[in-house]
Design a protein around this ligand. Structure first.
Ligand code: ZN
Length: 217
């Protein structure tokens, strides 16, 4: 790791989870494949996929990813991921004040106590279920600005999540959104019950961005 160069955080959380997924595949290959040539192809294939995420970055910055090829079965892949985490952009800070601004009508809304345990570098959005109001609250980063939406949430069963595309425990989220001036319409989608699991599954923002557009209308 070229630790002497100072690089500002530039990796998004979903990209970090994409890299994590590549590392997991690599570790899996080591436990199942014996042919060194195949393993070499897997390693460099993983590196290519990671580098392809960042077409714009300069060579010296791309170097931080190269040690993925040094990961061996006996070498801790966690070290690689820990080192990369320094370059992950954390989700914008969310305080009680932020929450009351984003949800002015939700009186006495409390932030979840589990918030302190959340690693803000590992989330692309913040979501929790408020037992008191029986609503699910979601906070997104919409082009650099925090955007909040809340709605009813009815847990169903396993299904495909509209945010992460994972096959998880999901529920029907129905957001009350203003459509025009006076009418309200419900817009719903099945999303993960556990937003932390959802964030771990988020390896691209395509679906999440589509969801934001849907509930913003
Ligand atoms: Zn999900």
């Amino acid at each position: 790791m070229t630790s002497h160069i100072k690089i500002e955080p530039f990796i998004r959380s979903d990209q970090y989870h994409f890299i994590k997924f590549q590392v997991k595949n690599l570790v899996h290959a080591y436990s199942t494949v014996k042919d060194p040539n195949v393993l070499k192809a897997v390693k460099y294939g993983a590196l290519d996929k990671v580098i392809d995420l960042f077409p714009e970055i300069p060579e010296n910055q791309a170097e931080i990813f190269h040690t993925i090829t040094e990961i061996e079965e006996d070498h801790q892949p966690n070290q690689y991921l820990t080192e990369l985490k320094e370059y992950v952009i954390p989700f914008k800070s969310v305080t009680e004040k932020t929450v009351s601004k984003l949800f002015p009508k939700a009186k006495k809304l409390k932030l979840p106590s589990s918030l302190k345990e959340i690693d803000f570098r590992e989330i692309s959005y913040l979501g929790w279920y408020d037992i008191r109001s029986e609503k699910k609250f979601l906070i997104f980063n919409d082009n650099g600005k925090l955007f909040g939406v809340h709605g009813t949430f009815r847990h169903t069963t396993k299904g495909i999540c509209a945010l992460c595309n994972g096959h998880e425990e999901v529920g029907l989220f129905m957001a009350n959104v203003k459509s025009g001036k006076e009418t309200y319409t419900n817009r719903g989608n099945y999303i993960c019950t556990d937003s932390q699991t959802c964030n771990q599954n988020l390896r691209t923002l395509d679906k999440l961005e589509h969801f934001i557009e849907l509930v913003k209308k």
